[in-house]
Design a protein around this ligand. Structure first.
Ligand code: AHR
Length: 481
């Protein structure tokens, strides 16, 4: 880069930065590099994590013997593993809740805490029915929980996996239930709540049923574990499909936030899974959404095993562990789940599909204009990238250089350089995630409209990175990890 072009660039970047600051949302109040050692809590499945205004995460989940509802809290996600659980309810030796207790959810509504879960009699352990309990203590790990009461859905059949959310002042309840109209194990339903303990059963609608082969693997058909999140003007509900072994996976339904959510026609279902077995993580599913400690970065909570074949069976095997990782937002405003990150920590780099190497601040260079290249993936800081969502785009900051991934010349030329520059909010540093399927994504630069590219398909250490016409080929496919 000549002195003149550098001067031009500095002037341009200064002007661009001023214009950019006027045109694009300011960077989030804070952003956070997400690298939580997974799994965070062993032998806890169907995990619900609720981040409260008191700064604590409150977590509940299915326990291996399905005989109690437990609760724990921590001020950090990583701290949940060492937090001491307290028991909110223990299955009695007889009666309607003496069998299995499944998939509790925790919510804070109108000044009180609620635990929702399904339970069955020991005489018929799959005869699951929904229940609620209330605790008016400020800290739900203390105080007293009310005795479980039925939460009726309008018809009696196998029902499980409670979830709820509020939108425009209306509280909605989502759950899974066996429909008398099909032989599938479960469909997914939504209804309005008239109180934290009452479903307006007259409003209940089916929002999804098994309709793809990937929802019927090892079972007649499973659509369960609804997990809602509202963002970008839409309501998204992730759900779990197929048997709870390595074939378990996430699907996604969504509706416009301005639509009538209680009209079945408002909901559409993605035709392919959005999150599934990969990288030594088997059967990821049935989780929830929360935010990181910064209160801004979206987090996906899910369970998975670290081996393929559960024994003696997919329900009795206790090793569905709780895991968390960053949830992203694709260019179309939909959530991008990516792939399960491998067990351990230190992986969230940007790993190329073709090269299996990671985007690296080469030579540990911290100067403006430093080139990024590919290098063998490691846990080194030069490969750690903080993805900050600024509404449609990400600013991707290298933790070693504390500088942002940048289309260095603001160029739209094919094979233009990509490197690091002081983070300035310019469009040369705005990258959108383009979902390329199976958890792979491409990164499209806002200034050039071109995609980060492993140029010349070079898989050697030090291989050049540039931008090229977005084509979705292996040289342009990346994953976190
Ligand atoms: O973990 C128990 C049950 O197994 C959950 O309620 C359901 O989501 C899964 O199929």
């Amino acid at each position: 880069m000549t002195l003149l072009s550098r001067a031009r660039r500095i002037l341009a970047s200064g002007a661009a930065a001023l214009i950019a600051l006027a045109l694009v949302p300011l960077a989030p109040a804070s952003a956070q590099y997400i690298d939580v050692p997974n799994p965070i809590v062993e032998q806890r499945a169907d995990t619900a994590i609720y981040k409260h205004t008191d700064g604590y995460y409150y977590m509940t989940a299915s326990v291996p013997d399905y005989k109690r509802v437990e609760l724990r809290r921590s001020q950090t996600l990583a701290g949940l593993g060492s937090a001491t659980p307290v028991t909110a309810f223990t299955a009695p030796s007889s009666g309607n809740l003496s069998g299995w207790i499944w998939a509790p959810d925790i919510q804070y509504v109108d000044g009180a805490w609620y635990l929702y879960f399904s339970a069955s009699p020991s005489s018929s352990q799959f005869a699951q029915r929904l229940y609620w309990m209330r605790n008016t203590s400020a800290d739900p790990t203390t105080g007293t929980w009310s005795a479980p009461q039925r939460l009726t859905t309008g018809w009696e059949s196998f029902q499980l996996d409670p979830a709820s959310f509020t939108l425009n002042g209306t509280r909605y309840f989502a759950w899974a239930q066996d429909s008398p109209s099909t032989s599938y194990n479960s469909h997914m339903y939504l209804a309005r709540m008239t109180s934290p303990t009452t479903i307006d059963t007259a409003t209940a609608i089916e929002i999804a049923r098994p309709s793809y082969s990937w929802e019927m693997e090892g079972v007649a058909g499973v659509v369960e574990g609804p997990s809602p999140i509202v963002k970008n003007g839409r309501v998204f509900i992730a759900y779990s499909a197929s048997a709870t072994d390595s074939r378990y996976k996430l699907g996604l339904v969504s509706a416009s936030a301005s639509a009538d959510l209680l009209s079945a026609s408002s909901w559409t279902k993605r035709s392919t899974p959005v999150f599934q077995t990969a990288n030594g993580v088997y059967g990821p599913g049935h989780g929830s959404f929360t935010v990181a400690e910064d209160g801004v970065t979206d987090i996906l909570v899910y369970h998975a095993r670290d081996y393929a074949t559960p024994t003696p069976d997919a329900l009795t095997d206790p090793n569905r562990h709780t895991r968390v990782q960053q949830l992203y937002w694709a260019a179309d405003g939909y959530p991008f789940f990516g792939q399960p990150q491998a067990t351990g920590s230190g992986q969230p780099g940007i790993r190329g599909q073709y090269s299996d190497k990671c985007v690296d601040d080469y030579d540990w260079n911290t100067a403006n204009g430093a080139l990024v290249k590919l290098y063998t993936c490691s846990t080194a800081a030069v490969q750690k990238w903080e993805f900050s969502y600024v509404g449609g785009y990400y600013r991707i900051k290298n933790l070693h250089a504390s500088k942002c991934l940048d289309n260095l010349n603001g160029s739209a030329a094919l094979n233009a350089d990509v490197g690091l520059w002081s983070c300035n909010g310019g469009t040369a540093q705005d990258w959108s995630i383009v979902d390329q399927g199976s958890g792979w994504f491409s990164l499209r630069n806002r200034a050039s409209g071109l995609c980060l590219d492993n140029y010349a398909w070079d898989a050697a250490n030090g291989a050049r990175l540039s931008m090229y016409t977005c084509n979705g080929v292996g040289a342009q496919l990346w994953r976190r990890g």
